[in-house]
Every structure is written in C-alpha cells, then in structure tokens.
Design a protein around this ligand. Structure first.
Ligand SMILES: [Zn+2]
Length: 284
C-alpha cells in the first residue's frame, strides 16, 4: 500500500483519531414542532390522528432527523459563503458522480488515489454528514423530550395528487408544544476548525430563528433554541493561550485566550464565531 498522508484527508479518513468534539446541551422548542413517524404527509381520506414519533409517552427527535435538518440548513449556510453542495438525495450525491472510478480504484487497491478522488470531488455536506461510501463525521444522538406538552391541531390537508383541498381534507395532527426540552448531543470525529465553524453556523441559524426542524415549517412550526451548551474538544493545547491546530488540508489554527475558551466551552456563540471566521475563509 502506498505511503498515504492520511492526515491531509482527516475528515474522511476514519482510521485516524486526531480530535474528538462533543457538543451537548438542550434544544428547547420555541414554537410547536412536528417530527412525524415516517414521511410527514397526511392521508386526506382519513380523519385519524396523525401521530408524532414517541418513546413511550415522550416525544422523540431521532438522530437521523437532526442530521437531516443540519444538512439542509447547511445548504443555506454554505451557499452564503459561495460553497455549492449536493442535495444529498439518493443517486444525486457527490459520490454517485464518481462511483465508477472510485470502485475501480478500490478494486485495484489504489487506496491513496481513491481517497484523493473522494476528497477532491465531494462537497462539505458529503464529507461531514456522509453519503454512500463516506461514513458521517458527525453523529447525533436521539433526543427524548421529558414532561413535554403535546397538542393536536386540525389542519386542512391538501391532496398531493391534485393540489386541491378535498371536502374530506381535514386532518388532526399531533404536535409538540413550545417549551419542551430535548437533550442534544453531537459527536464529531476529526473535525477541522473550519468544519467546527460550519456546525456552529448551522446551530446559529436555528438559534437566531432563521431555520426550523421537522414538518409544517410554512405554518411556523419547528423553531428551537439551544441552551446550556457545552463544547468539548480534545485534545486541546493549553499554554498562555488555548490553541486549536488546523486539521487536514487547508485548515488554519484557532487561538483563544483562556478566558475566551472558558466561554466557548460554555457554548458562547460570540466566541465560537472565531471558528465560523475560519469556515468563511477556508472554502473546501
Ligand atoms: Zn455532496
């Protein structure tokens, strides 16, 4: 096997462990939210209540819903800095475009070339949130809300085939009311500083009310606010200053004062914006 500079591709090279990141806290619903079980569509022919996803009596935001929401908000964040990303839909991911060459390289045991091909031809979303053949660099744990108030709403269901409202088109949907606290955990491996900045920018979109999670966004559902955040990064180098070295190709070091790191560690978005600055500069 060739002598690979795996570190250059740390974000997609899974057999390296250069950094682990853990962001924990709570996501509090500031509007009703609706995370359905399965596809979020309503059967217009039935007046049966359309339930939300639950564990026992408690509402759940599955890790896969978090990941999907982060990925789609990421599209907005990335486009703001001029980065284009794929839709992430089956058969439309960056990996789908290079599938044949990738398979050939793997069959020929040309792993270095394959890794470089993946690195050069995949968007930040495929690298961070995964795609066929790329394991996600971030994991979101399932969030189970405790003591949450659930409600029901009667909505007018639009017939998806004709686009019209049918006479029977009333449906009752279950929602999680505002004020529900969901635990939030994101675990990241080998996240370069610019990727950490990308994640922070996505969280800020939710935090500042520009993005929503779940269904019925057009009805104003799905707003959340993060509280009691903790950002853990290891290893970190603490000297006079706290240094976060760049990881992988093109990344740059972030240096914080100890005071700033204390704040960043407690999820202070103002200090964490130093990582966002790196994301704006490093466009990989
Ligand atoms: Zn992509």
């Amino acid at each position: 096997m060739e002598n690979l500079n795996l570190e250059k591709y740390a974000l997609v090279a899974k057999n390296l462990n250069l950094r682990s990141v853990r962001i924990t806290g709570e996501a509090i619903t500031t509007s009703p939210i609706r995370i359905g079980s399965g596809r979020d569509t309503v059967d217009v022919t039935s007046l049966a209540k359309v339930g939300i996803l639950k564990l026992g009596e408690d509402p759940v935001i599955p890790g896969s819903s978090w990941k999907g929401a982060f990925r789609s908000v990421g599209e907005i964040v990335a486009s703001k800095v001029g980065l284009s990303v794929c839709t992430g839909l089956t058969k439309e991911t960056c990996m789908d475009k290079i599938e044949n060459s990738f398979d050939n390289m793997i069959r020929g045991k040309r792993y270095g070339e394959a890794l470089e091909l993946v690195w050069k031809n995949t968007c930040i979303n495929c690298k961070v949130f995964g795609s066929p053949s790329i394991e996600s660099a971030v994991t979101f744990l399932d969030s189970v809300g405790k003591n949450c108030k659930l409600g029901v709403r009667t909505i007018i269901a639009i017939d998806r085939k004709t686009g019209s409202v049918r006479s029977s088109g009333l449906a009752t949907v279950e929602v999680v009311e505002s004020g529900c606290r969901f635990p939030f955990t994101l675990i990241g491996r080998n996240l370069p500083n610019y990727v950490l900045g990308y994640i922070i920018s996505i969280m800020r979109e939710f935090q500042e009310g520009r993005s929503q999670i779940g269904g019925y966004k057009s009805r104003g559902y799905g707003f959340i606010s993060f509280e009691n955040l903790r950002v853990d990064i290891s290893p970190i180098e603490i000297g006079d200053k706290v240094r976060f070295r760049g990881i992988g190709e093109g990344d740059v070091e972030v240096i914080l004062t100890k005071e700033e790191w204390e704040k960043a560690h407690k999820g202070d978005f103002q200090v964490l914006s130093k990582f966002e600055e790196v994301f704006k500069k490093v466009k990989l």
